[in-house]
Design a protein around this ligand. Structure first.
Ligand SMILES: [Zn+2]
Length: 223
């Protein structure tokens, strides 16, 4: 029961808001705890995810939450995690505005980075310029009061078809996923929110393979 020591230390730090310390203790506890103790490991994974999100790494945090969801048997425990994920399959922020903004930003950022051979920003100036361009476009979109009352899936369609003309694009425009329809051929159903993901995770498609990546996942090289 050596892992229990790390587990307890982790919780002590967690409740004292010492998140970095808690994170490293949780990681050790996860490594050491028995593989068949799925209740324990899913609980640890949930807390690792929570620490990461609160330390401004939503992408990594979400990965742990999704892993935890695969092992959780208790429905109420699963709800605790699902409540923290929004309809875009991203970490839920304080307001709908932030949720919309993050989804839009992530989709546009991905589109821009796909035009780069390195898949990352060349420098800080470029990064700031592109993000401020995305911000401006979102503000314009959001000012339309008709936009604000749309459903999440309608907003998503707009976000995916919204083409920002980015400067300095070297490669040809990429055949982007905007017009791709995700389809499960074995079940003959279109993959969208509310449909169980075809990867076998048991999760809703929009919270699994169909979720929008958090933009911190694109930025790891320039941080
Ligand atoms: Zn999946």
């Amino acid at each position: 029961m050596e892992w229990l020591e790390n587990y307890n230390k982790a919780f002590l730090n967690y409740s004292g808001n010492n998140l970095k310390r808690a994170l490293s203790e949780f990681r050790v506890a996860l490594d050491k705890c028995p593989a068949d103790a799925t209740d324990v490991s899913s609980d640890i994974m949930y807390h690792i995810g929570d620490c990461l999100v609160r330390l401004s790494h939503p992408g990594a945090g979400l990965t742990f939450w999704k892993a935890a969801l695969r092992y959780i048997s208790d429905e109420r425990e699963a709800m605790k995690i699902l409540e923290k994920i929004n309809s875009y399959g991203m970490v839920k922020r304080l307001t709908d505005y932030e949720d919309d903004y993050n989804a839009f930003k992530s989709i546009q950022l991905k589109r821009f980075l796909k035009t780069k051979i390195s898949m990352s920003f060349s420098n800080l100036t470029e990064k700031e310029m592109i993000i401020s361009l995305i911000d401006k476009q979102f503000q314009e979109l959001y000012q339309d009061s008709k936009f604000q009352i749309l459903s999440c899936s309608s907003k998503l369609e707009i976000f995916r078809s919204f083409k920002i003309v980015f400067p300095f694009i070297v490669k040809d425009e990429i055949k982007e996923s905007s017009n791709i329809i995700f389809y499960d051929f074995s079940r003959k159903i279109r993959l969208k929110a509310g449909v169980t993901c075809s990867c076998g995770s048991g999760l809703d498609y929009s919270m699994c393979c169909g979720s929008i990546p958090e933009f911190d996942m694109f930025l790891s090289d320039t941080n």
